[in-house]
Each structure stands twice: as C-alpha cells, then as structure tokens.
Write a protein that binds this ligand. Structure first.
Ligand code: 1WB
Ligand code: MN
Length: 346
C-alpha cells in the first residue's frame, strides 16, 4: 500500500473468454429484449448497430494483467473487488449457467491467488437452479476463498423476493458473506418506455430496475427470515436511500390497508440493517455527502465500475471530495475490508 488511504474499488467488472463466447452465441438468438440489445453491442459488434461496438468494453473485461493492473498501479488503486460482469450467467439455460459459473469462479480464484494483495472476487452462481446455486456458493467461499456473491438483478423476470430464490439468501447469510446485486437490463414488461434515447441501460433503466428490485425485497418482508443478510448495491445505492422517507411512509399505509404484508421492521430499518452501498458510476460530492449522512460512514464504499467508467476520474474525484481523513479511509477501503472480509494490508 503506497498512498495515505487503502483504495479498494468494490464493483469492478471482469469476464472470461468462455462466458464471452456464450454471450456472443446468446446475442444471436431472436428477440429484442433490452438484454439482447446490450449483449449484441458488447459481444457481437458486427450485428449491433447500436453504437456499443465503438466502446469496446470486452477487451477491458477479459483482461487482468495487460491493462487493468498497470492502470491500478499508475493510479494507486490497491485492490479491485472483481465479479463476472452483468448479466452474469443469468441469460443462459440452467445447465450452461451452472457450468460457466463454476468455471468463472475457478478462474477468478486463480487471479486472486496469483495477486492476493490486488484482487478479491465475488462468486457467481446460477439462480436458475437454486439448489446447484447454493452448492456453488458454498464451494466459492469454503474451497475457493472468494469474498461474497454477485447476482445480476432479475432472473427470467423474477426477483429475489420469490420464495424459489430464498435458498440463495439463506446460503449467503449462513456463509456470512454479502450478496452484491448489480443491475441488468430491465425485465420485459418494463422495456417499452426505455427503448428511446438510450435510456435502457446504465443511463436510467438499470437504476429503475434495481430500485424496484430492492424495494420488492424490503416490502415482501423476506428480510425477516434473514436478519443478518448483507446486500450491497452499487451506483450510489441506485437512489433508493433518497426515497426512504416516502417508501417508508407509503409502505406503512399499504400495510394498514392490506396492500402489503406486515413486516417486523419499517422499510428504512431494513435498509439500514441489511444494505450497504457503493459509489460506482456516480462521482458527485453532494450525492456522496447525502449518502454518508443518511446511511452512516460505515455503509458507503468507493467503486470505479471498471471498465464501464474510466478509472482516473473516479480516483481523482475520491481524492478531492471533501471528507475527513477518518471518513475517507472508511469509504476508500476500510468498509470494504469489513463487509467483504478482506484481510488488512501487509
Ligand atoms: C454497466 C454499464 C454494466 C454498462 C454493463 O454491463 C454495461 C455498469 C453489460 O455501469 O455497471 C453500459 O452499457 O454502460
Ligand atoms: Mn456497474
């Protein structure tokens, strides 16, 4: 560790050629879901025609040593928390998804073993098959030494409040590791109004999709079953904490009139107990200040969102954003050490 703060970037996308090849194959299936639109751009440039091919995210995703590490060195980024990029294996059939999640986890563990002070990883699993998913989660932590889990929002338009996915939540709680929920393209019924002006992906659709997912989880009451589960959400909390007062007020009204199940805690209390957020893709002093005031300095972590977001401004922003050294140390790395069980720097 060279700088004043340990800098741990907590939402850093990564992939392997085998998953990329399966994504390219998937991208050639018929249909026009928002996921397909995105995936065609990233993995099948010739077909895309949506401008994505100009951005070449793919080479940044599959690389570790050519570009990522030298860039981290240059900018003083001590560590990246890596995870298979959205939508993970969640567009594949269950068998393919399970196989590729295991392969990706093996490779991720290799990267982390090779560079133990520079990378830790979040394990993938296939929610399509919750039973095998749980096995892979157990293997990811106990055998591979990974540090948490990545789930990319909905699976076949179903959300994690659905009882079929409860075993995944139960496993994460039992293994004492967080689930990072990252957005993917909004599920089909949301798609229409997002098709124009590039609203579909990171500009707006991701946040809308993820905000809905988080509010579903809280309003369903499922967190009463898993009080110790930690869920991490990126993109400055997908703005959910901005709305907590209203979400809490209206949920209480919904519970009173019987539109929503009774819950042990209020929506605000669930958010405070079960969630932490990262700054990925939102380099905004005021949004950060609000987040820290609202959620406490222990619940906000810095992230870059590599390679979708350029690293240099993400570091420059965090360096100069006005926080006390004590708070900055937490946001830049201390909270990530605690939440992702990362050993202290040597
Ligand atoms: C993100 C952004 C992820 C984009 C993506 O996954 C795409 C992100 C395919 O911000 O996490 C994008 O299109 O900018
Ligand atoms: Mn992201």
């Amino acid at each position: 560790m060279a700088g004043k703060f340990r800098k741990i970037a907590t939402e850093e996308a990564w992939s392997i050629p085998e998953v990329a090849a399966e994504m390219a194959k998937t991208s050639r299936y018929p249909g026009n879901s928002l996921d397909l639109l995105l995936v065609r751009g990233v993995y099948d440039a010739e077909k895309a025609g949506n401008g994505y091919s100009k951005l070449d995210f793919l080479s940044g995703l599959v690389d570790v040593e050519e570009r990522r590490l030298p860039e981290m060195d240059r900018l003083g980024v001590d560590m990246q928390v890596l995870a298979l990029t959205a939508p993970g294996v969640q567009m594949f059939d269950a068998d393919t998804a399970c196989e590729l999640a295991s392969l990706a986890n093996d490779r991720l563990a290799e990267v982390c073993r090779k560079h133990p002070s520079r990378f830790v990883g979040l394990a993938s699993m296939a929610p399509q098959s919750p039973k095998r998913g749980v096995k892979e989660m157990e293997r990811g932590i106990r055998e591979l030494g990974l540090n948490g889990f990545m789930i990319n929002s909905h699976t076949n338009s179903e959300y994690l409040d659905n009882p079929k996915y409860w075993p995944l939540l139960e496993a994460a709680e039992a293994l004492d590791r967080p689930i990072y929920i990252h957005p993917r393209a909004a599920s089909d019924l949301f798609a229409g109004p997002l098709r124009d002006y590039g609203l579909d992906a990171a500009m707006w659709g991701y946040g809308m999709e993820m905000g809905t997912h988080v509010v579903r989880i809280m309003a369903s009451g499922v967190l009463d079953r898993f009080p110790k589960l930690k869920i991490v959400i990126g993109h400055m909390g997908e703005a959910v904490h901005f709305w907590l007062w209203r979400i809490t007020f209206m949920n209480s009204r919904n519970q009173t009139v019987g539109r929503s199940p009774k819950t042990q805690l209020t929506m605000t209390e669930y958010f405070m107990r079960n969630f932490a957020i990262t700054t990925s893709g939102v380099e905004d002093d005021l949004a950060l200040e609000y987040s820290i005031k609202k959620l406490g300095a222990d619940n906000v972590m810095w992230a870059i969102d590599y390679p979708y977001q350029p690293s240099e401004p993400a570091v420059a922003w965090m360096d100069k954003t006005p926080l006390s050294d004590e708070v900055k140390a937490k946001v830049y790395g201390g909270n990530a050490e605690r939440i992702f069980h990362i050993p202290p720097a040597k």
